[in-house]
Write a protein that binds this ligand. Structure first.
Ligand SMILES: Nc1ncnc2c1ncn2[C@@H]1O[C@H](COP(=O)(O)OP(=O)(O)O)[C@@H](O)[C@H]1O
Ligand SMILES: O=P(O)(O)OC[C@H]1O[C@](O)(COP(=O)(O)O)[C@@H](O)[C@@H]1O
Ligand SMILES: [Mg+2]
Length: 326
């Protein structure tokens, strides 16, 4: 969608779950916009802050010392009011009243649905994928994914010491909502005997117990079972293992530790590239797009198209995991 109105001031907000690297993206958006002669309003607390007119004027120094920080300096929220059309229209009117000609939304798929609605009523929006889940179909990468996975690896390496010392099974539940990308990649990186992802049917005998028994036959006496939250609760998986194998089994739900911490190099660089790209689009009066990564390059898609795309699990990785996990 090309709007006829020239963009003079843009807004930037973060929405949905926070993700490491969101600050790097905010910094890139602000500095790129200012260097191209635009004004920038930071919107606090996502769409909720937009509806409450929580704005701050951003200057070059407003984003100093944030590239290395986790979380989001603009704060974030999940806002029910914005899911209703009345909320979206109110947000558009607020943008008009405050001279916000375009909006950069850093968030996940839910936030992009909101951005799509807002674009449709006349405020051009650009989405930047910021979620640890890597579940944005149009993009092979989302900001925060790398940091979250490195956190999981660090934590599970510690759990492994105890599982090994006690000859136990450690069932680890990781985030990802309905996607198994975090579980699959960290499962491989942590040498999990079993990786369970929601993209595959789960048969306890075939996918869990048979694999553990086989690993036992191969001489293994401790086990890591990596479970994506979309499959089920770690405690339920642990109980199945206890009941059927007698192995001393403990569960760990890693939880929000996965969302925090200083972003990795990858997240900082991708966030910076995506932030820059988002502003470039707005300066060309292009709205209603989602920034994405394709074959390592930064590209963009129309929001409707982006939201209609589907993304599967990396089947080759799953095949490799099945082959080498014992
Ligand atoms: N279908 C929708 N239509 C309009 N806005 C939505 C929709 N879904 C989510 N949103 C807005 O985006 C916010 C963030 O979405 P959520 O799914 O929680 O996180 P994420 O953007 O990280 O996936 C929601 O709180 C809501 O304000
Ligand atoms: O922080 P909350 O509200 O408990 O939400 C937990 C969910 O948020 C996430 O951490 C991130 O999801 P989003 O990026 O879609 O917000 C999911 O992995 C998890 O299911
Ligand atoms: Mg999401």
């Amino acid at each position: 969608m090309n709007s006829n109105k020239e963009i003079g001031t843009i807004g930037v907000l973060t929405s949905g779950g926070d993700a490491p690297g969101m600050n790097a993206a905010i910094r890139a958006v602000v500095r790129t916009a200012l260097s191209k002669g635009l004004k920038v309003k930071g919107i606090m607390h996502g769409y909720a802050g937009l509806l409450n007119e929580e704005f701050i004027d951003m200057g070059m120094r407003s984003v100093s010392e944030i590239i290395q920080r986790g979380g989001t300096v603009l704060y974030t929220a999940r806002c029910l009011e914005f899911k209703e059309m009345a909320g979206v229209i109110k947000a558009h009117e607020i943008c008009e009243k405050n001279g916000i000609d375009g909006l950069v939304v850093i968030g996940g798929d839910g936030s992009f649905r909101g951005a799509q609605d807002l674009s449709n009523v006349g405020t051009p929006c650009i989405g930047i994928p910021g979620t640890i889940d890597n579940d944005i179909a149009c993009s092979e990468y989302t900001i925060g994914y790398d940091t979250a996975m490195n956190t999981v690896v660090e934590m599970v390496d510690k759990l492994r010491d105890t599982a090994n010392s006690h000859s136990r099974c450690s069932v680890v539940e990781v985030m990802g909502r309905r996607a198994g990308h975090i579980a699959l990649n960290t499962g491989i990186a942590c040498g999990a005997a079993v990786i369970l992802v929601p993209e595959q049917d789960f048969d306890p005998e075939r996918d869990l117990l048979a694999r553990i028994r086989y690993a036992q036959e191969c001489g293994k006496h401790h086990f890591i079972v990596m479970v994506a939250e979309g499959v089920g609760k770690a405690e339920e998986i642990a109980q199945i293992i206890r009941d059927n194998t007698g192995i001393d089994t403990r569960k760990t739900v890693l939880g929000h530790v996965q969302r925090g911490g200083s972003p990795t190099l990858r997240d900082r660089v991708v966030a910076t590239q995506m932030g820059y790209h988002a502003v470039e689009l707005l300066t060309q009066n292009i709205g209603n797009r989602v920034v994405a990564m394709k074959n390592g390059e930064i590209v963009d898609y129309e929001i409707n198209e982006a939201l209609s795309m589907k993304k599967g699990i990396e089947t080759k990785l799953l095949e490799i995991a099945h082959c080498i996990s014992i």
